[in-house]
Ligand binder design. Structure first.
Ligand code: KIV
Length: 309
């Protein structure tokens, strides 16, 4: 089977120029990346939302570079086609442009990402420009920026006053000027997102920003109903996979408790002849060395995964 063609930043620009929506989803591990890739999503974001939906933190603030890179590598092994964006965690880029570049480089070298994303507007322009100068595409992120949850006072819609909306537009323009190839707009009114999108040459990717952005992104666990905590108003649940998993786990537990699993079709066999030789050997010998011989025989077993035998 031929390898799928890798999506490049030029493909994303072409889509945007043609007015075609850009599709983006988060993923955090090999199976979710493979599914997103096979479903044809343009961009996979290894979001720092993994801190909440995968690692169980209360916010994205504690997420570390090492945690991000670990998940980025798993996603890169699963996704062969989508454009891959790694989310720079809180504390990995704010202090200086030099540190931002150093950590962005790690996302490409060690995490096998194609680009990075960072949160913030005008105040992050120097960081964005430095990373772009280093040859790394940067996606911006304004509006509700979860890493600043403490400063924002909670997960609230942003840009609901004229002054706030103006600040969002200025932030987006500054990020474009600094070299961002795209900007995430999170949790802002649809008309504000529309005006920002109109004012920019680069694509906007909305999450809770209405239908007028150049593309959309959702968090994998939220849209699949895997994260059964709070589901934001903007998130459409396309499935309730958490419920299906819970039912399957309960069925498994019940079948084990009732000795209905494993059934014959899940069980490996041994020939009558070999089994007779085995039982006769263990009935005539209790020498400790026999145990290690039995282990050696184990190495000759057929494959565990594959057609039953
Ligand atoms: O971390 C994340 O998943 C994100 C998306 C919500 C854009 O930043």
């Amino acid at each position: 089977m031929s390898r799928p063609r890798k999506t490049t930043i030029l493909d994303l620009q072409t889509k945007h120029q043609k007015g075609e929506p850009i599709t983006m989803i988060t993923a955090y591990d090999f199976p979710s990346a493979r599914l997103a890739d096979e479903a044809g999503l343009d961009i996979i974001l290894v979001g720092d939302s993994l801190g909440m939906v995968v690692l169980g933190y209360e916010s994205t603030v504690p997420v570390t570079m090492d945690e991000m890179l670990h998940h980025c590598r798993a996603v890169a092994r699963g996704a062969k086609r989508a454009f891959l964006v790694g989310d720079m965690p809180f504390g990995s880029y704010e202090v200086s442009p030099e540190e931002a570049v150093r950590n962005a480089v790690r996302f490409l070298k060690e995490g096998h990402m194609d680009a990075v994303k960072l949160e913030g507007g005008q105040e992050m322009a120097d960081q964005v420009a430095a990373i772009v100068r280093a040859g790394i595409p940067v996606m911006g992120h304004v509006g509700l920026t979860p890493q600043s949850i403490s400063a924002l006072g909670g997960y609230r819609v942003q840009g609901r006053t004229a002054a706030q909306a103006r600040k969002l537009l200025d932030d987006a323009l500054a990020l474009q000027e600094a070299g961002c190839f795209s900007i995430v707009l999170e949790a802002i009114p649809d008309r504000v997102a529309r005006e920002i999108t109109r004012a920019l040459d680069i694509p906007t990717i909305g999450i809770g920003a209405g239908p007028h952005t150049s593309g959309q992104v959702l968090v994998f666990h939220d849209m699949l109903g895997l994260f059964e905590g709070f589901v934001p108003r903007f998130c459409k649940q396309y499935a309730r996979v958490g419920e299906i998993i819970r039912q399957a786990l309960e069925a498994y537990r019940e079948e084990v408790e009732q000795r209905r699993y494993p059934a014959p079709e899940h069980t490996y066999t041994i020939s009558d002849e070999e089994f007779a030789a085995f039982t006769s050997a263990i009935s005539t010998s209790t020498r400790p060395s026999d145990a290690s011989e039995a282990q050696d025989d184990g190495a000759q077993m057929g494959p565990l995964y594959g057609p039953g035998q």
